[in-house]
Design a protein around this ligand. Structure first.
Ligand code: PEP
Ligand code: MN
Length: 354
């Protein structure tokens, strides 16, 4: 990391970037109000920090050991930027003062179903609409999402999704399962979701980040926190800092019945928010895998400082084509929103991990 002097000129900054690039590394330039910070992307051992420190305009050059330096709070602090990034999507602020609720069906099943649920979640207090069009499924024999039927079907489902978002004034978020879907999905949605199973797909992360759209990035169920953040760094290295981290449960321990689909790692929420300036939300639906626990886990997530949540809501959960056992009704969602907002009022903004 290179800290430029506050009076460093743009010619000096450019010369430092050129020097970094001549060593086969890339530079992430963060221009704060008071000074510019340059992060090195690549193998820092290829470059001498003593040499960098001597360049005109450089105040300090130091090696940063953490594998996720570009998203670290230290980086934001040194650049004089906010240590609590607020991601703005239309009128919605993720990581701002208010809790953010993203809600909708696990999968988009039909236009009528989508519009009905969109209307229901909007009335209940949702800020953004979710809905899967390309579904990650463990069996090839199960419903893969409307997008799987072909490009025309994918375009059609995505256009309903866009229309529902516009009609009910909510930004929309859907998952991309592979690189080939990124350009298509980016044409329609406001936020791109990268699911737990794809947390490690570097090429997908880079491609999605390059669209410039905010990314809702889910932790893999077997990933450590450092690993999660290290992979998030791939997107920020593409100059996209609008990354929403999502804790969605890790693999349950021990033998025998676990009673939940995954284990919501509550401590990960304040830990992630202490380590980075990125906002963190929870996904109680996939963590629990059963609707009777969604309310409790949502409350718990807010109590540990989550900035919001993504919740699966269906007008007729029992009939849902995917994840029917964990979706709640718009009425249940409304109660959840009301209580979570009350808890948030008491807890306040806990992004310092306090
Ligand atoms: C989803 O949100 O639809 C989903 C499949 O979640 P996850 O990637 O967390 O399993
Ligand atoms: Mn689901």
């Amino acid at each position: 990391m290179i800290i430029m002097k506050s009076d460093a000129t743009s010619t000096q900054i450019k010369a430092v970037i050129k020097d970094i690039e001549s060593h086969g590394l890339r530079a992430d330039v963060s221009r704060g109000d008071f000074r510019t910070i340059i992060g090195l992307i690549g193998d820092e051992r290829k470059i001498s920090f003593d040499h960098l420190a001597m360049l005109p305009g450089v105040k300090e050059a130091r090696m940063v050991e953490t594998p996720y330096k570009l998203i670290s709070r230290e980086y934001a602090r040194l650049a004089g930027e906010s240590e609590h990034r607020v991601i703005k999507v239309g009128d919605v602020e993720i990581g701002g003062d208010e809790l953010v609720f993203i809600a909708g069906p696990c999968a988009v099943e039909s236009k009528a179903q989508l519009f009905k649920i969109a209307e229901g979640v909007k009335k209940a207090g949702a800020h953004a609409l979710r809905g899967g069009i390309f579904k990650p499924r463990s069996s090839v024999h199960s419903f893969q999402g409307l997008g799987a039927a072909g490009e025309d079907e994918a375009n059609e489902a995505l256009s309903w999704f866009r229309e529902a978002g516009d009609k009910f004034e909510m930004p929309v978020v859907t998952e991309v399962r592979g690189e080939s879907q990124v350009d298509l999905v980016a044409k329609y949605v406001d936020i791109i979701q990268i699911g737990a199973r794809n947390m490690y797909d570097q090429d997908l992360l880079v491609k999605a980040a390059r669209t410039g759209k905010p990314i809702l990035y889910k932790r893999h169920f077997g990933a450590g926190i450092e690993e999660f953040l290290s992979f998030a760094e791939y997107m920020v290295a593409e100059d996209n800092k609008d990354i929403i981290l999502c804790e969605r449960g890790i693999l349950p321990l021990g033998k025998g019945k676990s009673y939940t689909r995954y284990t919501l790692d509550l401590a990960a929420v304040p830990v992630l928010q202490k380590e980075t300036y990125l906002p963190v939300i929870i996904d109680p639906s996939h963590a629990a895998g059963r609707r009777d626990l969604i309310f409790s886990l949502s409350c718990a997530g807010v109590a540990v400082g989550a900035c919001g949540m993504i919740v699966e809501v269906h007008n007729n959960p029992v009939e849902a084509l995917v994840d029917s056992q964990q979706q709640i009704t718009p009425d249940e969602f409304k109660e959840l929103v009301t209580v979570c907002n009350k808890i948030h009022k008491i807890i306040g903004n806990r992004r310092n991990g306090g």
